[in-house]
Design a protein around this ligand. Structure first.
Ligand SMILES: NC(=O)c1ccc[n+]([C@@H]2O[C@H](COP(=O)([O-])OP(=O)(O)OC[C@H]3O[C@@H](n4cnc5c(N)ncnc54)[C@H](O)[C@@H]3O)[C@@H](O)[C@H]2O)c1
Ligand SMILES: [Zn+2]
Length: 383
């Protein structure tokens, strides 16, 4: 084992603990963590063979530094580089990935390192959860979405023809290393889409954090190191608390789906492509959740407008009419897609609505006709 001092956190880094009944793990957030990742892993998880799973885009920018340090420490088993994009979250990609990891000689105590965005994290995490009935893995998220959201909490999944994330498992990582410097190579649009998940956490549970985001979003989007690290740390700590209280999403964790029932339906309608990124769909979904809550007399018009103004200032879409392209979804098609939601029980949809900024709640009491009328109004307003 290396000495503790050799694996001390680099300057400016923060540490958040995730405590669960089955064990705890750390989320490390800060600049320049990738060059230190091998040492951090060795010091915290002990000597183990490490196999990296990543995609072409991330490999070109960030793989060599991680590989080199693992090699130097004698931990490197190999790398698997996949095609970027949602299509890699599939049975077709999972089978060869598992076989490749076995061929690299990974055993029960060894480690899969998921180096990439939410796609790589979900796929590699799922592979780790079924390989030899479950081996350890480390999330090394390289998108803002993955750093504030998907790398923490242990949900892993692949997609099928029936829908997104329908095959998966709960399998917590052993460590999360979020290097904020690695976000510098992200296209700005993908960065901003990831920001939505941080704002989502603020809007569902932490009004003070939303005030802070409003004041600091320009600095965050300019990737000011301190502001970015603080934004990620607050969102991660918030999610860690929710996951610790409700790991299997039987109650409070459902609130993390704010904007997602509408968002997933819009994403599915748009065809999971560049026309509408996940975070953009969620931005619209959050605005819809606020406007529906407003129509129901739960939240003020001022709050709804404030949320939409915040997203609009970041050039994010806030209404169905903001989606690029000439076509608009039919109300019945959107309702049909919303019924595919995983939160549906006994045919009733669970919606996450709000009583104010930072005050989300789950409800199954919204009649379908009410939702139909609301969506019809939104679509009538769309250009
Ligand atoms: N498990 C969870 O709790 C959870 C939560 C939210 C979202 N998700 C999943 O996350 C996925 C979306 O994740 P995402 O938005 O990170 O998408 P992604 O993984 O597809 O990454 C977006 C794009 O950015 C590229 N990229 C990644 N890091 C880069 C970097 N540092 N520099 C340059 N390019 C880089 C990727 O190659 C890809 O082309 C979805 O599949 C969604 O279902 C999971
Ligand atoms: Zn999301």
């Amino acid at each position: 084992m290396s000495s503790p001092s050799s694996a001390a956190l680099p300057p400016g880094a923060q540490r958040i603990g995730v405590s669960l009944p089955a064990g705890s793990y750390e989320v490390l957030v800060g600049p320049n963590l990738l060059p230190a990742a091998a040492e951090l892993i060795l010091a915290r998880l002990g000597r183990a063979k490490c196999a990296i799973v990543t995609d072409d885009n991330v490999a070109a920018r960030h793989l060599p530094v991680l590989e080199a340090r693992l090699r130097t420490l004698g931990l490197y088993a190999g790398s698997v580089v996949l095609a970027p994009g949602e299509t890699s979250k599939s049975f077709a990609a999972l089978a060869p990935l598992c076989e490749r990891l076995l061929a690299l000689g990974l055993e029960r105590r060894d480690l899969v390192l998921a180096l990439g965005g939410g796609v790589i994290g979900d796929l590699a995490g799922f592979a780790a959860s079924i390989l030899r009935r479950g081996i350890r893995y480390v999330q090394v998220p390289t998108t803002l979405l993955a750093q504030v959201d998907s790398a923490v909490g242990g949900k892993t999944a692949i997609n099928t023809a029936q829908g997104k994330n329908l095959i998966g498992s709960f399998h917590q990582p052993s460590l999360v290393i979020a290097d904020t410097t690695s976000l510098a190579t992200l296209p700005p649009r993908i960065f901003r889409a990831g920001y939505v998940e941080a704002a989502k956490y603020a809007l569902l549970a932490d009004a003070g954090y939303f005030d802070w985001l409003e004041q600091n979003c320009a600095l965050i989007c300019a990737q000011d190191a301190a502001a970015l690290c603080r934004a990620i740390t607050i969102a991660v700590a918030g999610k860690a608390g929710i996951v610790a209280r409700d790991e299997r999403e039987t109650g409070e964790r459902m609130l993390l789906n704010l904007g997602h029932t509408f968002g997933h339906a819009l994403e599915a309608w748009a065809g999971y492509c560049d026309r509408l990124l996940h975070g953009e769909a969620v931005a619209i979904g959050i605005c819809l959740a606020f406007r529906l809550s407003q129509e129901l007399g739960l939240v003020t018009r001022e709050s709804s407008l404030r949320v939409a103004a915040h997203f609009a200032a970041l050039e994010l879409p806030t209404a169905i009419g903001d989606i690029a392209g000439p076509t608009r979804p039919e109300v019945e098609r959107l309702l049909g897609l919303m019924r595919q939601d995983k939160k549906i029980t006994d045919g009733r949809l669970t919606l996450i609505l709000v009583r104010g900024i930072g005050r989300a709640f789950a409800t199954r009491d919204i009649a379908e006709d009410r939702l139909r009328a609301f969506l019809a109004g939104e679509l009538a307003a769309a250009p």
